[in-house]
Write a protein that binds this ligand. Sequence first.
Ligand code: AMP
Length: 401
Amino acid sequence: MSNQDLVLILNCGSSSVKAAVMDVAKKEVLMSCLAEKVGNPDAYITFKVNGEKNKHDLSAPHDHTAAVMALLDELKKLGLYDGVKAIGHRVVHGGERFTQSTVITPEVMRDIEACIVLAPLHNPAHILGIQAAQQAFPQLPQVAVFDTAFHQTMPPHAFHYAVPTSLYTKYGVRRYGAHGTSYRFVAQETAAILNRDINQMSMVIAHLGNGASITAVKNGQSQDTSMGLTPLEGLVMGTRSGDIDPSIFSFLAANANMSIDQVTEMLNKESGMLGLSNLSNDCRILEEAAANGDQGAELALNVFAYRLAKYVGSMTVAAGGLDALVFTGGIGENSDSMRKKVVDYLHVFGLKLDDQANLDARFGKSGVISTKDSKGNVLVVPTNEELMIALDTAELTGMHV
Ligand code: AMP
């Protein structure tokens, strides 16, 4: 028996399996892996240990179970297998059923299945991943950590859409939000950095990656968030439009002969910064292009920043104040120029950026980037969803950390 306390974190998509092994006490990732093209004959898995990568083909039937079995073999080779005491799964949608992370039981599996209608692309893959892990590690407890759970504290006036309430009662049409695990982590870190009690703080946190959302957190609880029934609503994203007049469906059906599926695909995959720039969904590429005079790239960045700044205003209302505005996610953690564009709009709230601190807070560095006389703190806090999943898993399975 190993006396190490390790958690295996699994994040299964429809054609991918992402995993990491974390030493929870040290908050350290000991190995990670990514299986891609899962379900196809050319599926492969790449392991990363101590910065070194090695790639293997996945054996037949090239599915989620094959990926988890390959991971199990690798853990044995690396001498980590005996140290793994529990498995934590990222699950995208827990509907209204799950308000926090939970140990997986047959009943929990049925409830995750019942949420498939709300996340038809994600939850079926999570179920395959959980089943594969149960088969490969039958002796280990497993925990589900839901992206939606943190937002279950939203009050009815925030989660209801102004549509007939029968759509809510019959079909569950409401705002659910996403990125909840990230928000929970970042809210705790923010309070710690500011040496404040999280239960007496109003924060607005912007998680800006290829998918982007923003959340109002009051006294440690989500009050409102920009993503809705699906991740399409809210901010401008890499390829998603965010907020739009829903009449676009009938307008394009009448004028462009487009079907519901085609408009949905266009709004999810061809819009956002990609659609605006006609160049890329990637903020880094757009910043370079804009610096070289590309007008489409500049427009994309400006629409992104303006929409985000408007949302900071509305989320400040939801949070009941603004002790801290926090940037996280790939763009939030790295793009000093995007942060500046956004905070420039927020002079109206008395927020002021310390330009040098803003420049310094990149590539994984956290910190306060506002001036001393700014009316609220502005921070950069790198997110760590894996750590949050590992900590929840350790706590729920009684690991001593
Ligand atoms: P994520 O989905 O959280 O991995 O974030 C991906 C986004 O972060 C992409 O749009 C990247 O271009 C952006 N990003 C990563 N590094 C930088 C950087 N140094 N400057 C600007 N954007 C960045």
